[in-house]
Design a binder for this molecule. Structure first.
Ligand SMILES: [Zn+2]
Length: 155
């Protein structure tokens, strides 16, 4: 498994941000597939990071989250993206494509629901509206009452 598969979603995107913010310094490939670098983090001293591309879980970082554990932290991901900017670009493009796909799906569903509601019989749509009002969240019910001035009768 590669670095990206071994990290969490949070560390992936935090690492991406660190890479974009140029927080990685002194990047050196010490031997094939092994990179060392300093990563500026929240503490004064930069974290000392070594990543092992072939064995991501053997990568090292002295941050509290990863020190002594087989975790691929955000600092390691920042080093990885700095060493392989084309990978950073690839996962970014993938995320954007996924987001666009999700939006397209949501729009299609919206349109499907709209067309369905349009074809409902009056009694069906009245029943569905009542169910939404009585079983849905309270704010929805309150809003319906307010927008149709149904509470005025009580005053
Ligand atoms: Zn770390």
């Amino acid at each position: 498994m590669g670095m990206i598969e071994c990290t969490s979603g949070t560390s992936l995107w935090r690492g991406y941000d660190y890479y974009k913010e140029n927080k990685v310094e002194n990047l050196i490939e010490t031997s094939p597939g092994i990179f060392t670098a300093d990563v500026k983090g929240t503490s004064d001293e930069p974290y000392v990071v070594e990543i092992d591309i072939a064995h991501p879980r053997k990568s090292k970082c002295n941050c509290p989250h990863a020190d002594g554990k087989r975790i691929v932290c955000k600092h390691m991901m920042a080093v990885y993206f700095t060493a392989f900017p084309e990978e950073a670009q690839r996962i970014y493009n993938e995320a954007i494509a996924y987001q666009e796909e999700e939006e397209k799906h949501a729009e299609e569903l919206y349109e499907k629901v709209r067309q369905y509601v349009w074809k409902m019989k009056k009694s069906e749509s009245q029943q569905a509206l009542l169910e939404l009002l009585f079983d849905g969240p309270e704010w929805q019910f309150d809003r319906f009452v307010r927008e149709h001035n149904l509470e005025d009768d009580y005053y």
